[in-house]
Design a protein around this ligand. Structure first.
Ligand code: ADP
Length: 331
């Protein structure tokens, strides 16, 4: 308060605010500390809570990714609780189970058809062959009969491959396993395809150690490697290069077939192992879409796996990875 006392005197009266400022200062400090802690806790706790709450969604995403990568038996882990996301997971699993029953049904039907068609087809082939061996008939008839025998052979080969694939997938494929040298196996397949590659103008290179051993059914494994090499040459234009390499990686033996051919898109890769799948680009080439299914089925029944990496225009690499045989290998 200010009051003039006389002309040259003024009275100023005041009260110190130091105590109040001190209290307010302390209050401000603790309030700032509490607010900062609350903000950190709020953001951190909220983030953790959201992370925990979205766990089922992440599990569904992981399951879809696994299915896209080819493991059709992947399922979302569920807790049997009433929460909505858990219910969504259970419904998703039920839907996958139904799809898997449908796929099994379709496979079963295909196997049955393949099985049932073999007998009449063998009979037709036999009848055509007997007629062809007999003396009668014109030249045109004989040529038609020869075509029938050839077509029947191709159909029988297709049906037999289908049956082999389903037997291998069911773990019922008869395998006669013997120690086989990796180098010999790879070389014997490459020998068969040397001329095919040469005729097409594709350079074929081979590299494989003979001192690495596998315990394998030689003819089945040759068939699997041959399918990969056949594809590599088939899908590589003239002037390209195909390399077949055998190597030892840790306690596995690897057979890699690399080409500089047309390659495949990332979306196509999971489908190439399906029975009867053929890429759009490959319709002009000979084939039935059974080669890679057989490769995978045979390799898996040997306890191995097949891997693929590919890019459109940059070529493809297929790798058969197999456990090493019992014979000591120091390759
Ligand atoms: P196909 O009889 O059509 O060759 P496969 O089962 O052997 O059947 O292969 C399935 C599909 O995978 C092929 O139709 C082709 O589109 C693709 N494919 C396989 N190998 C290769 C490769 N080396 N390069 C490019 N595409 C390939």
């Amino acid at each position: 308060m200010t009051a003039p006392l006389s002309d040259d005197l003024v009275l100023h009266v005041g009260k110190t605010t130091r105590e109040r400022d001190e209290v307010l200062g302390r209050f401000r400090k603790s309030a700032a500390g509490i607010l900062a802690a609350a903000a950190v806790l709020g953001v951190g706790g909220g983030g953790l809570l959201a992370f925990w709450a979205l766990r089922p969604v992440r599990q569904i995403i992981a399951t879809v990714r696994a299915i896209q990568a080819g493991s059709l038996d992947a399922r979302v882990p569920t807790r049997n609780s009433a929460d909505e996301l858990d219910q969504l997971g259970r419904l998703f699993n039920e839907m996958l189970d139904r799809i898997s029953v449908l796929i099994d049904g379709m496979r079963g039907a295909l196997d049955n058809v393949a099985h049932d068609l073999r007998t009449p087809l063998t009979r037709i082939r036999g009848a055509a062959e007997i007629a062809l061996r007999s003396d009668g008939g014109s030249q045109a008839h004989r040529e038609t009969l020869a075509d029938c025998v050839e077509e029947a052979d191709q159909l029988l080969a297709m049906l037999n491959t289908l049956m082999d694939i389903s037997e291998a997938e069911a773990g019922a494929l008869q395998l006669t396993r013997k120690p086989v040298s990796l180098g010999d196996l790879v070389e014997s397949v490459a020998d068969v395809y040397r001329h095919v590659a040469e005729d097409k103008g594709v350079a074929l290179h081979l590299e494989a150690p003979t001192e690495v051993w596998l315990l394998t059914d030689r003819s089945r494994m040759r068939q699997a490697v041959a399918n990969l090499l056949d594809n590599a040459i088939k899908y590589t234009p003239a002037g390209g290069r195909v390399e077949i390499t055998g190597l030892r990686e840790g306690d596995t033996a690897v057979i890699a077939v690399q080409d500089t051919g047309i390659g495949m898109t990332a979306a196509e890769l999971p489908k190439i192992w399906d029975r009867l799948y053929r890429g759009d680009q490959s319709r002009s080439e000979r084939g039935l879409g059974l080669g890679l299914s057989l490769v995978r089925a045979v390799v898996q029944s040997h306890g191995g796996r097949v891997e693929v990496s590919s890019g459109v225009g940059s070529g493809s690499t297929f790798r058969i990875v197999l456990p090493l045989g019992p014979v000591k290998s120091d390759g």
